[in-house]
Ligand binder design. Structure first.
Ligand code: 5AD
Ligand code: SF4
Length: 490
C-alpha cells in the first residue's frame, strides 16, 4: 500500500465515496464491469476464452471494447466466469489510490483459480499498467502481462510470449495511436447507446492528475473514421452516441489528403447531421476550452443533448491556480452564464475535489458558494488523493488531514443533494422527449430512459407498444434526488 495510509482510512474512503457514487449514479465510473456481448460469448468454435473487467472512466470502457475486438480476431471467445478463462484481463484505473487498491484486492481473488489452472494468464491493462510498468510484475506475482493503453495492438504477441512462460510487458506510449481502424466490439450494450472514442491522451497537466502520465500526449482521431463508426452504429439500430475524450474541446484533426482542419464544433455538427433521431452526447469538456462555436452548434441541433459535464475541481481561484486549471472562479462562472444564455435548458454537472493541498476553510466556502451559484444537476465529488509522480506530489504537501477532507466532502455532498432535489423538483409538470433505454431497474412494468438533459426518467409502460430505442413524450409528475417519474403523453 502506498504512503502511510491506514487500512481503516481506506475502508472509510471507499465507504463514503461509493455512497456518493451510487447517489450520483456516476456514468463515468466503472468498478469491475464484466464484458457482456452475446456475439463473442465463447462457444465450441473458440479455442480460447478471455474474461475482462473494466475499472475507471468511460474511456477505459471504450478501450475494453477495442481489446475485445483484438482478442476476437485472434479466435478468443468471451466468458463471464473467471474460472473458465484462459486469459483474465483487468483494465485498470489510477485516478485515485482507492481505484488502484480495489484492483489489487480483486487480483488476490484470482489466486485460487490460477492454482487450479496453472496455464491461466493474468494481464493488467490500462492506467495502472502504464503507471507501475514492470514494478507491477515485481509486486503482483500473479500477473503475466502488463499492457499500457497505447499497446493493445501488440496483445497477441504479448500473449504468445506469456504462453511461452515469459512475463510480457508493453507500456510504450504513442504519439499517434487512436485505434481508428479497429471496430470496437460493443460490450454491456443495450443496443441503443454507445461510446465512440474521438481522441486520446491529455496535455493539460492539472497538478493533481495522473492521466497525462498514464495516457500520454493528446491526439485526435481521424474524423472520417469517427463519422463512419457513428453511421454504422446508427445503421445497426443505435440511437445515441457519446463522443469521448479526456478533453473533447481541444479535438483538432487535419485531413492529410485535403489539408482541411476540423474542430470539435465541426465534428459535432457532422455527427449531428447523420440523422435527426441519433442523439449525440460528449464528455469531458474543460472550462478553458469549450467555445461559443460548440455552444452554438449544440443549440442549433435538437439531437445534440443539452448537457455539459464541466469539471470545476475547486471554487477558489487560489486553489485552481495550484491545480494548474488555468481558469479563475470568475472565468468559470462566466462560462456557466454563457452556456445558460445560449441554452437556457442546458443541464450542467461537475467534478469537485475536496482537501487539495493547502485548501483552507475559506477556499472550501468558495467551492460551496459556487455550487449554489451554478446549481449543478449533479456532481461527482472526491477527496483529494495524492498520486505519485504528479506535479502536486512533487511540489506540494498533501497537508489536509483525512478527517477534514472527509468532512468537507460530506458538506459538498449535502449541498449537491439539495441542489439535485430542487432542480429535479422544478421539472415536475414539464414534458420531455425521452429515449427509452430498457426496463427500469425496479420493475419490468416500467421503462427507463433519459431526457436530453441526461436525467433518468422512469415511467409505466402502460398499454402502449413502445420498445427500447423509441422516443416518447413523458410528463413528469414526481421526482427523487436522481430520477424523474412520469407518464407517457403520446
Ligand atoms: N484525487 C482526487 N480526485 C481526482 N480526480 C482526478 N485526479 C484526482 C486525484 N488525484 C478527479 C477530478 C477529475 C475526475 C475524473 O477525477 O475531479 O475531473
Ligand atoms: Fe480513466 Fe483516468 Fe482512470 Fe485512466 S486514470 S482509467 S484515464 S479515470
Amino acid at each position: 500500500m502506498e504512503k502511510n495510509m491506514q487500512m481503516n482510512d481506506f475502508e472509510n474512503m471507499i465507504d463514503i465515496e461509493s455512497k456518493i457514487l451510487s447517489t450520483s449514479r456516476d456514468p463515468h465510473q466503472y468498478n469491475g464491469e464484466v464484458f457482456e456481448n452475446e456475439s463473442i460469448v465463447a462457444s465450441t468454435q473458440h479455442q480460447k476464452r478471455f474474461y475482462l473487467e473494466s475499472y475507471g472512466c468511460q474511456m477505459n470502457f471504450a478501450d475494453s471494447e477495442v481489446v475485445a475486438s483484438i482478442l476476437q480476431a485472434q479466435g478468443y471467445g468471451a466468458t463471464k466466469e473467471p474460472a473458465e478463462a484462459d486469459l483474465i484481463l483487468l483494465n485498470t484505473c489510477s485516478i485515485r489510490e482507492k481505484a488502484e487498491l480495489t484492483v489489487r484486492k480483486r487480483l488476490t481473488e484470482f489466486k485460487k483459480i490460477k492454482k487450479n489452472n496453472p496455464g491461466l494468464l493474468i494481464g493488467m491493462l490500462g492506467c495502472m499498467a502504464e503507471r507501475l510498468k514492470t514494478k507491477l510484475l515485481e509486486e503482483e506475482k500473479l500477473v503475466d502481462l502488463v499492457v499500457g493503453p497505447d499497446a493493445y495492438r501488440t496483445l497477441p504477441d504479448l500473449i504468445s510470449e506469456a504462453e511461452d512462460g515469459q512475463k510480457a510487458v508493453n507500456v510504450f506510449l504513442s504519439r499517434d495511436e487512436t485505434y481508428a481502424d479497429i471496430a470496437p466490439v460493443r460490450l454491456n450494450s443495450n443496443g441503443i447507446t454507445a461510446f465512440v472514442s474521438i481522441m486520446r491522451g491529455c496535455n493539460n497537466m492539472c497538478s493533481f492528475c495522473v492521466v497525462p502520465f498514464t495516457r500520454g500526449r493528446e491526439r485526435s482521431r481521424d474524423a472520417d473514421s469517427i463519422i463512419a463508426e457513428c453511421q454504422e452504429l446508427y445503421d445497426t439500430g443505435y440511437k445515441e452516441v457519446t463522443l469521448l475524450g479526456q478533453n473533447v474541446d481541444s479535438y483538432y484533426w487535419n485531413n492529410p489528403e485535403t489539408g482541411h482542419n476540423i474542430t470539435f464544433a465541426q465534428l459535432l455538427e457532422r455527427v449531428a447531421l447523420i440523422s435527426p433521431v441519433l442523439r449525440i452526447r460528449f464528455s469531458t469538456s474543460h472550462p478553458k476550452d469549450i467555445t461559443d462555436d460548440v455552444l452554438h452548434i449544440m443549440a442549433k441541433y435538437e439531437n445534440i443533448c443539452k448537457y455539459i459535464h464541466l469539471p470545476l475541481q475547486s471554487g477558489s481561484t487560489r486553489v485552481l491556480q495550484l491545480m494548474n486549471r488555468t481558469y479563475t472562479r470568475e472565468w468559470y462562472l462566466a462560462k456557466v452564464k454563457r452556456i445558460k444564455e445560449i441554452m437556457p435548458d442546458c443541464s450542467i454537472s461537475a467534478d469537485i475535489i475536496t482537501g487539495f493541498c493547502t485548501e483552507t476553510e475559506e477556499d472550501h466556502q468558495d467551492t460551496m458558494d459556487i455550487m449554489w451559484q451554478c446549481r449543478y444537476d449533479y456532481s461527482y465529488m472526491f477527496m483529494y488523493s495524492e498520486r505519485p509522480g504528479t506535479l502536486a506530489a512533487k511540489r506540494f504537501t498533501d497537508d489536509i488531514p483525512h478527517d477534514v477532507k472527509r468532512r468537507r466532502l460530506q458538506e459538498i455532498v449535502a449541498i449537491q443533494n439539495k441542489l439535485s432535489f430542487e432542480n429535479y423538483s422544478q421539472d415536475i409538470g414539464k414534458t420531455y422527449k425521452v429515449l427509452i433505454e430498457g426496463n427500469s431497474k425496479r420493475s419490468a412494468a416500467d421503462w427507463m430512459g433519459r431526457n436530453s438533459q441526461n436525467k433518468v426518467v422512469v415511467f409505466p409502460k402502460g398499454d402502449f407498444s413502445y420498445t427500447s430505442g423509441d422516443y416518447v413524450m413523458v410528463l413528469v409528475h414526481e421526482c427523487t434526488q436522481g430520477t424523474l417519474l412520469g407518464t407517457i403523453m403520446n
